[in-house]
Design a protein around this ligand. Structure first.
Ligand code: GLV
Length: 369
């Protein structure tokens, strides 16, 4: 490699940083665990770095891209979601950005499934009971019961990679599956899942016949016992199918009062004020959240109301937080490895230097013919 590339990382991504250094890169890592101030990111970009490693908490907008116009060659984000990166500005400044799709799909889907089970079977409340030494007897229904997941109906809202992975897991639990996606449908996958369901039933693995189908949003919400959200955050003006506040007073009221909502996608897909009201007024049975309108969740959030705490699980944006998923240096297994590979592809001109052929680049359209 003739040129020594300079990279600034807004967070530490573990051993993968050393792999860059071993290739001769000069890499500076922001040393604190919290996000660096935006002014520092701009300062680094203005110092003519070649690559910027970011994550979902860093606002990468017009100011950052303008600062790097003509010098910054790539933004490599360690996350699959990229709503913090302004795609139109990246395109205008002709700066490619990469993300880490695929490697976190199964980890996120299983976490959504576990959240759903923990919520419905009241594991948090039950453990509190044990720890606080309030478990005085075994009784058929006291002090409370939970709800089974097996055999129930789930609405999977968003059938991209993670939604489809969740469908696979729900199939193993003999769930009926209602699919909805505002922009992307995979009917072939749904057909294959139905075949699998039929085989499971034919061989006696599942007692009842179960089904999967695409339906309109309203039907999915009205019929489901569980609703799990897997859409990207898209705001008005960014798309013809925005997902901002897709869950609002109206859609929450469409759900059954016995139904549970799980969100591992992006916080602003759910209107939190409406959600807190839905819980307080029992429009729905419960919610498990991993993502929030503002992260970290503010101390005065209505979701922290003790009156709803038994029905409201609050996780710290943790769904992909598994060892291999986050930190493996292997680009086919870890987000860190994939981030670094995306960066290397652009800086070292892999794929004949053709951005449109680089698998981890998101905004290929800026180089389209
Ligand atoms: C996490 O939320 C991610 O987008 O990777």
């Amino acid at each position: 490699m003739s040129k020594k590339f300079r990279v600034f990382a807004t967070c530490d991504i573990g051993e993968s940083i050393n792999l860059l250094r071993q290739r001769g890169y000069e890499v500076e890592v922001y040393p604190k665990p919290e996000a660096p101030p935006k002014s520092l990111i701009i300062e680094k970009v203005k110092s003519r770095i070649d690559g910027l490693i970011t994550t979902l908490r860093d606002p990468i907008d017009a100011e950052v891209f303008e600062a790097g116009k003509g010098t910054l060659k790539v933004v490599a984000q360690i996350a699959v979601g990229f709503d913090n990166i302004n795609r139109a500005d990246a395109n205008r400044c002709k700066i490619p950005f990469t993300h880490t799709a695929d490697v976190l799909t199964e980890a996120t889907a299983e976490f959504a499934f576990f959240m759903m089970g923990a919520l419905a079977r009241k594991m948090w409340t039950a453990e509190h009971l044990t720890r606080e030494n309030k478990w005085g007897y075994w009784h058929p229904y006291l002090p409370f019961l939970g709800d089974e997941v097996t055999g129930k109906t789930i609405a999977v809202i968003g059938t991209g990679r993670i939604g489809l992975a969740l469908i696979k897991k729900c199939t193993g639990f003999d769930m009926n599956i209602l699919c909805y996606d505002p922009a992307y449908q995979n009917h072939e996958y749904v057909k294959a899942v139905q075949e699998m369901k039929d085989i499971r039933h034919a061989h006696g693995f599942s007692r009842d016949k179960t089904w999967i189908k695409y339906v309109p949003l309203e039907e999915a919400l009205a019929e489901a016992d569980f609703v799990s959200v897997h859409v990207p955050l898209l705001r008005e003006g960014e798309t013809t199918t925005p997902t901002y506040h897709l869950f609002n007073e109206k859609t929450l009221r469409t759900m059954k009062p016995t139904a549970y909502l799980v969100n591992t996608s992006r916080g602003p897909v759910v209107d939190e004020a409406a959600l807190a009201k839905a819980l307080r007024e029992n429009w729905i049975a419960g919610v498990a959240l991993d993502v929030y309108e503002k992260e970290p969740l503010p101390g005065d959030s209505p979701l922290r109301d003790p009156a709803i705490e038994d029905r409201c699980r609050l996780l710290p944006h943790f769904a992909s937080a598994a060892r291999i998923t986050r930190l493996s240096t292997d680009p086919n297994r870890g987000m860190a490895g994939r981030t670094v590979q995306g960066l290397i592809d652009v800086l070292e001109g892999n794929y004949g230097g053709d951005i449109t052929k680089m698998p981890y680049v998101v905004n290929k359209e800026a180089w389209g013919k």
